[in-house]
Design a protein around this ligand. Structure first.
Ligand SMILES: Nc1c(NC[C@H](O)[C@H](O)[C@H](O)CO)[nH]c(=O)[nH]c1=O
Ligand SMILES: CC(=O)[C@@H](O)COP(=O)(O)O
Length: 162
């Protein structure tokens, strides 16, 4: 299965760099909090494991994944931030609401990053069911929150050098 081939949570082959001087905001949604809480733990662990310091990590909680858009935009009013990590979990329900949220969040988070010329990392799970989400929030397919943190460090360092 494709997921078994692309578990990025093994970073042993990646030169991540040192996050000691970088400032981050983690914007996390409260919908499906058992999943987003695990993603948040993974993100913190990933940042701290690569030198980030607690006082340089701002936490913003928003109601749902759709609000990650506005939350990330608000976070980036702080011009000192090097990167934003947006964490959420959207699980398919009975209607097409899932499609609209996922499309909007994916597209608009990218636009927020371009608006502020800062990396906004898409750490949003978009799954068919809770089991798939749990597998990617510290389960057999790793922790996408940790992956998002590693990506934020890499992009934050790239931003600093350009
Ligand atoms: N169904 C899920 C939602 N829905 C709520 C939206 O994200 C949003 O808060 C609402 O439409 C008001 O603007 N959010 C998730 O994060 N995950 C879901 O599965
Ligand atoms: C992704 C959602 O908003 C979804 O959980 C809402 O469920 P439903 O499509 O059954 O209203």
């Amino acid at each position: 299965m494709s997921s078994s081939l692309k578990n990025l949570s093994d970073f042993s082959h990646i030169q991540v760099g040192n996050a000691a001087d970088l400032k981050f905001a983690i914007v996390v949604s409260q919908w499906n909090s058992q999943v987003t809480g695990a993603l948040l733990n993974g993100a913190y662990a990933g940042l701290l494991a690569h030198g980030a310091v607690e006082e340089n990590i701002e936490l913003i909680e928003v109601p749902g994944s759709y609000e990650l858009i506005a939350g990330s935009d608000m976070a980036l009013r702080n011009k000192e931030l090097d990167a934003v990590i947006a964490l959420g979990c959207v699980i398919q329900g009975e209607t097409r609401h899932f499609d609209f949220i996922c499309q909007a969040v994916g597209t608009e988070l990218a636009q927020v990053g371009l608006k502020h010329s800062k990396p906004v990392i898409f750490g949003v799970l978009t799954t068919d069911n809770l089991a798939q989400a749990m597998d990617r929030a510290g389960g057999k397919h790793g922790n996408k929150g940790e992956e998002a943190a590693i990506t934020a460090i890499q992009m934050g360092l790239i931003h600093r050098s350009h």
